[in-house]
Structures are given as C-alpha cells and as structure tokens.
Write a protein that binds this ligand. Structure first.
Ligand code: SF4
Length: 184
C-alpha cells in the first residue's frame, strides 16, 4: 500500500522534474527565423491546414527574448552564422534547436565556401529533420519528437550527468565528413 491510497480524492502526485518538463513542453514558442526555401514549408505549418496552433505554437515570436525554440529553416551562409549565434544567445533558457532540411543539417547540395556545412558548427542541435524541403507534416513530427525529448529530460544534477553522457556519445560518433550514405 503506497501513499497514493491514503490521499483523499482530488490529489495528484508527481515529481518536480515531470511537472517542470511538462510546463516546458507545453509552452514552446519558436523564433521567427526563416533562411531559405525551407522557411516556406515552416510558414505553412503555422497556417490553418497544418495547424501548429494545436500546440499553442502558431505565433512565431519577433523577439528572441520571447522564444525558446529556433527552427533553422534553410541553408546557413557564413555571413549569417554569427547573426544566428547571436539570436540563439539572446533566446530564453532552456532552449532548443530544430535543424530543418538537409541544407541546415549538412550544407546539402551547397558544398562550397559560402555555406556552413551543418548548423551544428554554430549552435547545438536537438533534432535533425531530413528532406529538401521537409513537408509541414515532417516538421510537426519533429516537434512532437522534441516534445517527447523534453518530457523525458533530466533536470538539476541528473541533467549534468545526462549532458556528459550525450557528449561522450557525440565524441565517439562517426564524423559526418566520413559518412558516405549508400556508398559506404
Ligand atoms: S533543404 Fe532544399 S528546400 Fe531547404 S533550404 Fe535547402 S534547398 Fe531549400
């Protein structure tokens, strides 16, 4: 018999971690930040057909100080990289990044000096979204995956351990420059 059975009806037990995560998950606001063609798909996700409003996320914030999600929609030029980083730094903590499309994730077909070969060289990325361009359904799926990630994230001392473990995993991963896709 646990403490739950002794409580009068109307009481609900949870942990601070779960409550904080649920609050973060249900209150994501994206920054207005479209860089190229992928941004058109991102914009249509906010319209009535795809309805980002179902998550309360339809208003893309014009100020990074009111946003905690950056959707990098499109290729990142070398000139734009410091601006992107500044916007990220000005966003409220805790914050998350979705890399939308192959260009943002790896430079895509723009394998040249003008384009950053993956936005993870500039900001930490939580979700990589494949496609050129990814459809709005794929973006919504990525947002739902992020929601799941936030729901299960650790906070406090547990968070520090989790970050260390993820860092180790990233260090032992095959570098993208060594990946050859189907040619491997
Ligand atoms: S992934 Fe395709 S749609 Fe998106 S920015 Fe690159 S070229 Fe444009």
């Amino acid at each position: 018999m646990g403490i739950e059975e002794k409580l009068p009806s109307g009481f609900l037990l949870t942990t601070v971690e779960k409550m904080a995560n649920e609050a973060h998950r249900a209150s994501l606001w994206p920054a207005t930040f479209g860089l190229a063609c992928c941004a058109i798909e991102m914009m249509s996700s906010g319209g009535p057909r795809y309805d980002l409003a179902r998550f309360g996320m339809e208003v893309f914030r014009a100020s990074p100080r009111q946003a905690d999600l950056m959707i990098v929609a499109g290729r990142v030029s070398q000139k734009m990289a410091p601006v992107l980083r500044q916007i990220y730094d000005q966003m409220a903590n805790p914050k998350w990044v979705i890399s939308m499309g192959v260009c943002a994730s790896s430079g895509g077909m723009f394998n040249n000096y003008a384009i950053v070969q993956g936005v993870d060289h500039v900001v930490p990325v939580d979700i990589y979204l494949p496609g050129c361009p990814p459809r709005p359904e794929m973006l919504i799926n990525a947002i739902m995956e992020l929601h799941e990630d936030i729901r299960n994230r650790k906070i406090g001392a547990h968070r520090r351990v989790e970050v260390g473990e993820r860092e180790q995993l990233a260090l032992t991963a095959v570098p993208t420059s060594d990946q050859r896709g189907l040619l491997q």
